[in-house]
Design a binder for this molecule. Sequence first.
Ligand SMILES: NC(=O)c1ccc[n+]([C@@H]2O[C@H](COP(=O)([O-])OP(=O)(O)OC[C@H]3O[C@@H](n4cnc5c(N)ncnc54)[C@H](O)[C@@H]3O)[C@@H](O)[C@H]2O)c1
Ligand SMILES: [Zn+2]
Ligand SMILES: [Zn+2]
Length: 337
Amino acid sequence: MKALVLTGVKQFEIQNLPTPEIAPNEVLINTAYAGVCGTDHDLYAGRPGSAAAVPPIVLGHENSGIVEAIGAEVTNVKPGDRVAVDPNIYCGQCEFCLTQRPELCDHLSAVGVTRDGGLAEQFTAPASVVYKLPDNVSLRDAAAIEPVSCGVHGLDLLDLHPYQKALVIGDGFMGQIFAQLLQAYGVHQVDLAGIFDDKLARNKEQFGVTETFNTTREQIPADAYDVVIEAVGLPATQAQAVAATKKGAQVLMFGVGPQEAHFEMNTYDIYKKQLTIQGSFINPLTFKDAIALVSTGKMNIGGLISHELELEQVQDFLDGRISGVSKAVVKVGKVGK
Ligand SMILES: NC(=O)c1ccc[n+]([C@@H]2O[C@H](COP(=O)([O-])OP(=O)(O)OC[C@H]3O[C@@H](n4cnc5c(N)ncnc54)[C@H](O)[C@@H]3O)[C@@H](O)[C@H]2O)c1
Ligand SMILES: [Zn+2]
Ligand SMILES: [Zn+2]
């Protein structure tokens, strides 16, 4: 089978690999689509994502496809099923797994990070992370279930209510996902701050966003929001997120900054406003919710996918030679929609 193999830092090779073997609890999947995201940028450049990727390895952690074969112990899917795969695999035995916080697992492994992923015509995964898709969710949209599930985890960590007014900072793929998710979770007003007029306008016209702010020329109102989601990962936007809070607010620090980055905040404000500053890491047990949100149309994912690439174009994308990308998915195999 054809595979895009990361052979070293910023080095890819198209290789012909043997069909992967499956263990009794695993599933062999013919890949349909693999989403590529900021994590792949990091792994490609030799930086860790949720874990480190050690070459040679096949990336691709946002995958959909069709089940080709199942191990003897697998009962949740069968050959021919259309599926999406949660990349994250937890050990089930460490202190974090045993206290219902598996995302913090001491022995996290992941499809497309620590084991071969979906940038190949076939890949394998434990059955416990393989989810059958409803008929109305396309394999193309299903390649973006994983990012939606990360957003769902972030919102699960907050205390959300319809009365709240929310601000999302960041008009990238995740910021736009949050703009829709917060509405699906019943928050009555969602505003969006970003740097691209076209994306901001589209979110207002098509995706229910109320106010938008282009922060290259407009100020975000101070002391104005009950919930602020930071989905950029820069010290400046993290500071903006805290400054936008009103009393009693919650801030979700979702964006991932460089490992050595810091931002400044007024610690008196945390006390006086009784702020909650919440981190969020990956997507424990949120795939079913993410699939349901896409299936019911509460989350329009197709409208956010801007590019469909071939395996041969992934390096161009990661090197920044493809511009104007809102979200790119790679059409890997020959299987259908
Ligand atoms: N916590 C998690 O589990 C998790 C999961 C997925 C992604 N992330 C992180 O979330 C962040 C966003 O992810 P993404 O996929 O949307 O990445 P992305 O690269 O598409 O988003 C960044 C976007 O932020 C916008 N932006 C840049 N500067 C800005 C500014 N000053 N003000 C407002 N918007 C600005 C731009 O539109 C840019 O494209 C990244 O840091 C990513 O690593 C975290
Ligand atoms: Zn990703
Ligand atoms: Zn564990």
